[in-house]
Design a protein around this ligand. Sequence first.
Ligand SMILES: *Cc1c(COP(=O)(O)O)cnc(C)c1O
Ligand SMILES: [Zn+2]
Length: 500
Amino acid sequence: MKINDFPENVRSHLVPKTQGNLVYRCLGCQKKYGIDRLLYTCPNCHQVLLIDDECFGRLKKIPAKTWHQIFDYRKMLTVPALKGIFRYYEFIGPVLPLSAIVYLGEGNTPVVEANRNLQEKIGLRFYFKNEGQNPSASFKDRGMASALSYFHFLLNTGKVSELLTVCASSGDTSASAALYAAYLSPRVKSAVLLPRGKVTPQQLSQPLGNGATVFEIPGVFDDCMKVVETLVDNYSVALLNSKNAWRLLGQESYSYEIAQDFEYEMEDKVVVVPVGNAGNITAIMNGFLKFYDAGIINALPKIIGVQSSHANPVYKYYSEPIIEKRKFVPVAVKPSVAQAAMIGNPVSMPRVIHLTERYNHSAGQQKVFFVEVTEQAIMDFQLMANRNGHIACTHGGESLAGLVCAMKSGFVEKSDVAILNSTAHVLKFLGFQEMYFTNKFPPDFEIKPNPELINSPIRFEQKNLTRALKPGKPTEGEAFVQFIKRVSDKIASHMKLKRV
Ligand SMILES: *Cc1c(COP(=O)(O)O)cnc(C)c1O
Ligand SMILES: [Zn+2]
């Protein structure tokens, strides 16, 4: 639809001009810094940063109704820069000109309601939001779209002439970083660090295919992160981990989409999200807070952060009920099928502490909760979901297991409606499904397959045929007729088919 076809009151808002005044703000000493340079931690106190808009007040002057119209009508525009996460331009990167925005098809992911069978089993109305339907098949693309748009802006304005991006990754950050960096090649090159053997074959092949330099490091994600931090401190490289606050801005779009998808009615909503390095839950809380501050939503949804008992430092921190006694202690991780969240020392922990407090305070009651689930529950609920028509990855299973746990703990009521984050695509984690179906999990995973959830192909033996089938040689005549009959008889008897 063309601009002149839209109602007059929203026309001037639809294709936005640069506005606002973004600054990095330190969560430790509160100092602020201009965004004309790359900054990841406070030069003064080394604490992590968030990006604030100093002119946020201007957004509150636009009535909620008008915002709703702006976001709805933008869906109908054919401007590529506004087709993805930047539909919420004013809340993500209002200082970036549209010409700098990198759009590879991210965002706008489907929200799929669970069928009646599954909802009855769980006892609640709920949906999966399928983040695996992003271009590199995880939610990380939202944050890469904003971070690489910012880099693109720095390149276009001559603030930098070329960039090497680096990241440590549990698999999906590197896949996403490599894809978005490749789009800006040759000015942007990318290097990624992966813990050897701790990412899936699909996740390893993704950055290789997009032309990144891939380093496989012995150890776990937390070790890779330390190496990357040393590189960033000593060399001229651009960090693409969620320590970089530009990533978080893009990931806030997840919350904006949920608000829009549910007509901005957040009172009875519960947003369930797996927690690893804790960038995503930070962005999700911040996103809802911004929409709430601007009056676009009139309630804050509950947030349930879920961790596996094999990588649970955030859960452990919050399991201490007395606030003054809480103390953050990194944990040594154990093998987890929620492998992308297998992180013992989350970089965004200070952000989580800061925002959880603000969120609960703004809501006037506790609305952020953390739960812990077993590896067994993660696999069982993933398979249960997918047997009911979903494409949940193991982390999607973790979300569902977390919802069930939150219901048992009384954090969620029967009348609530839950939106579960399936953070990546099921196809990235098929190895775990295979281990489940063949009962081949190494003991430290602590997973015993439930026979009712196991599935395996049924093979047809050829030994009773007069002439066996051979590849490349068409079987003809009597042998072929015999083959077709044997196979169809076998299928009919296996499936107990009735004759017509
Ligand atoms: C990165 C990732 C997570 C964890 O997100 P954080 O922002 O690190 O907490 C969960 N699931 C998948 C599939 C991921 O790629
Ligand atoms: Zn500081």
